[in-house]
Design a protein around this ligand. Structure first.
Ligand code: GTP
Ligand code: MG
Length: 195
């Protein structure tokens, strides 16, 4: 896909702050620090469009990025960050439930997991939540540059097994730093919002 324009539209926590034009949305979810914001940057070929950080918990609001005046990437706050206080976790739950619970514009959710590790119980819960709300789930295995290509299959089957993915559900390995897998993710985005 050719990127003609990108625009940071809004940072929202409440429903009335969401975009109102009815354009399709693709959301990225996953553990804190898994590489969601980096993935947005790699897809857009930008360096620090979505703010990234080595400190987990960087993204605390729902960020809507308008692409080509055509659709939105939605960067959601990460979960599973141990040092976060319970009040913050409750806030996270409310933000997520408000958005995922009822969002007609949302076409698909990309669940990001680290290719190196077995998904956590939080990841499993997130996957089940996505299915519960009736969305398509595409898994993106991040930081693929940290293992050799020969190990991809082994790691991907561990992920598939732990999340109990259905046969037709995909896992796409990506490295945002080496820019590999970006094209595969784009193809999936286009096919999802043309459905
Ligand atoms: P939160 O906003 O806290 O939920 O985190 P996030 O999921 O948006 O993660 P972010 O994109 O900020 O990346 C976290 C860290 O992982 C940063 O230090 C990135 O440089 C690093 N990182 C992200 N993607 C990759 C990748 O593909 N390869 C490598 N080696 N590092 C990556
Ligand atoms: Mg982030």
């Amino acid at each position: 896909m050719k990127i003609r324009s990108t625009e940071i539209k809004m940072s929202a926590t409440k429903r009335h702050q969401y975009p109102a034009e009815g354009l399709p949305e693709i959301a990225l979810v996953g553990r804190s620090n898994v590489g969601k914001s980096s993935c947005v940057n790699a897809l857009l070929n930008r360096r620090n469009f979505a703010r990234t950080s080595q400190t987990p918990g960087k993204t605390r609001t729902i960020n809507f990025y308008l692409i080509n005046n055509e659709f939105y990437f939605v960067d959601l706050p990460g979960y599973g960050y141990a040092k976060v206080a319970k009040s913050e976790k409750d806030k996270w739950g409310n933000i997520m439930e408000t958005y995922l619970g009822d969002r007609e514009e949302l076409c698909a959710i990309f669940l990001l997991v680290d290719i190196r590790h077995e998904p956590t119980n939080d990841d499993v819960m997130m996957y089940e939540w996505i299915k519960h709300f009736g969305y398509e789930c595409v898994v993106i295995a991040t930081k693929a540059d940290k293992i050799s290509r020969g190990q991809y299959q082994k790691h991907m089957s561990i992920i598939r097994k732990k999340l109990q993915l259905e046969k037709d559900e995909k896992i796409i390995p990506i490295s945002s730093s080496k820019k590999t897998g970006v094209e595969d993710v784009w193809n999936e985005i286009v096919s999802q919002y043309n459905k």
